[in-house]
Ligand binder design. Structure first.
Ligand code: APR
Length: 234
């Protein structure tokens, strides 16, 4: 078993939990214009409309549950660490399914729907079900500054130092359920490869970044991820 494993997940791992992806034909960005809802400029111009979009997505978390792929990654994390390995799960997803499944060494590089941040004091806390611009921050008590704790297009993803540290020293990098179209995440496989890691892509279908990977496994995540974990845990 390799010692340092980094896993990157995308919307495809949550698809079978009923949460949509972004770029599939019925994906979120096929139904909504991200330029109008997922940029700092959009929020500055129409905060209530952006809040309504994220409030609706947040409501969807209440009824979604982790699937076999999420649970398999928790099993792998436990086995990997028990054998003295380093493990980091980097998700692009803003849903809380990895958290609900019990993943611990987990970073949400694009933020979390279940959290909100105050633009006045920077405080991050559990999101209200319905965030509106008039609500006061629970920390500084000022109103008008609450926003979704989400990384919008044009903003810097979170935990990048930790992620690049781990990518630079990993032996195995596995991308699961991501189209490999949004950077910097889409470039992680190249960074890992240049660090000498073996790279595996697990996805419903091949992607533009598939050629970078040493191995590509296609299929539904709830089938392919548990099968791969079973091999890894042996
Ligand atoms: N099992 C495995 N893979 C699946 C499944 C499934 N059941 N269903 C869909 N997929 C794959 C699709 O084939 C696609 O390659 O998941 C991928 C989803 O791609 P995107 O919709 O582009 O989602 P993602 O790669 O996570 O997007 C990255 O873009 O809009 C931003 O911030 C947003 O985090 C997101 C980022």
């Amino acid at each position: 078993m390799s010692s340092n494993l980094v896993i990157l997940t995308g919307a495809g791992i949550s698809a079978e939990s009923g949460l949509g992806t972004f770029r599939d034909p019925d994906g979120l960005w096929a139904r909504f214009d991200w330029r109008e809802l997922a940029t700092p400029e959009a929020f500055a111009a129409k905060p209530e409309e952006v809040h309504a979009f994220y409030n609706a997505r947040r409501a969807g978390l209440k009824t979604s549950t982790p699937n076999a792929a999420h649970h398999a990654l928790v099993e792998l994390e436990k086995a990997w660490i028990a054998r003295g390995g380093e493990f980091l799960l980097v998700t692009q997803n803003v849903d809380d399914l990895h958290d609900k499944a019990g993943s611990e060494r987990l970073v949400h590089m694009h933020g979390e729907l279940s959290k909100m941040r105050c633009e006045h004091c920077g405080y991050v806390h559990d999101a209200f079900d319905e965030i509106t611009t008039d609500l006061p921050c629970l920390n500084c008590r000022r109103a008008g500054g609450l926003r979704p704790h989400i990384v919008w297009f044009g903003e810097m993803p979170m935990e990048m130092d930790l992620i690049f540290d781990q990518l630079g020293s990993c032996d195995l990098f596995v991308a699961i359920g991501t189209s490999g179209t949004v950077y910097p995440a889409a470039g992680f496989s190249q960074v890992a490869k240049e660090a000498g890691a073996r790279c595996i892509e697990i996805n419903l279908e091949t992607t533009d970044t598939s050629p970078v990977f040493d191995e590509v496994r296609n299929g539904q995540a709830t089938q392919s991820v548990p099968a791969w974990v079973a091999e890894m845990v042996g």
